[in-house]
Design a protein around this ligand. Sequence first.
Ligand SMILES: *Cc1c(COP(=O)(O)O)cnc(C)c1O
Length: 404
Amino acid sequence: MKLPIYMDYNATTPVDPRVLEEMLPYFKDRFGNAASRNHAFGWQAEEAVEKAREQVASAIGATSKEIIWTSGATESNNIAIKGVANMYRDKGNHIITNVIEHKAVIDPCKYLEQNGFRVTFLPVDKYGMVHAEQVREAMTDQTILVTIMHGNNEVGTINPIGEIGKLCKEREVLFHVDACQTFAKQPIDVEQMGIDLLSCSGHKIYGPKGVGALYVRRKKPRVRCEPVVHGGGHERGMRSGTLNVPGIVGMGKAAELCVQNQSHEIENVTRLRNRLKDGLFNRLPEIYLNGHPTQRIPNNLNISFLYVEGESLMMGFSDIAVSSGSACTSASLEPSYVLKALGLGDDLAHSSIRFSIGRFTTEQEIDYAIERVCVAVEKLREMSPLYEMAQEGIDLSTVQWAAH
Ligand SMILES: *Cc1c(COP(=O)(O)O)cnc(C)c1O
């Protein structure tokens, strides 16, 4: 077993060697510009881009003409949200989203709010789920777009996208889904689920960073987006700029590999995730699962270790790469906005760790992680006066702390 161990697959994934292999020629002999229409170098590049478009489209039941290449899901989300808002502003000025979207959705929505649009940020339930009924109640005759993520990147909860999509179809409101965490890894069908726009990213599916795609429905209805980047009219005018051919080839291959092995990978990752979960819960008292108990992406395990501060805990097992919901990921002392929105108090939010595993995680790594995490938690709790008081049966919420 090689150290350090990577358990941060929700942040990014390593490039699969088969993906890299597929990409390499497009850095070397096949370096052409896919927009060069009059020679073999260009044709070769274009052919590769079109093949990748098919690969990405078929992962979601779309057609290749409905796939727009971007620099990643952040850009895809920006085109979808700002592009639809600007294209349809004569129809209405209201957008519906929720409070625990990725910042790549929240921030474009906030930008629009400052530019004449009205945005409803729906709350989520204690599991981090948005319900179709909430979306229905928020809709007005001004609503032009609903944007709700599929799998949450922090707590793993999967939203009822099919139900929300059905509602949007009934009300003829466009529906965008940020599917970074589920694209090609979970079954998605844009027809069955009533999705009009869908964002995905290469580096969450064992492909390269800096490439992503946006699905834009072409029929029933034909969706149009104002471009965010102008210049040359590539990608049906929605995203200009020379295409990242090696990246696109890699994303296509990565999507294909995920889809080919989808059910097997879901099974494998679920088994390993459960092993990690059981190992921790069987040994440690006062730990809590964040996110939905069953409706969740299989590779994510977000746990609060009460009486232990997340950042200190991470330092206790520095040979395992995870991420924490406590402060130091940002400059502020605020714990994760996602965990707060689920209703977690500061104590639980500050003590949370996200473990996210994937294709290259082994059972041996899981067992090593269980041991390391348990020892680190036990050690920190041993030193914690709060934990000692709680063990003695003192209700910490009733304690009168001396003024600072
Ligand atoms: C990673 C991620 C993004 C951002 O994708 P990039 O390709 O890195 O820009 C957006 N949304 C979700 C849910 C993500 O997990």
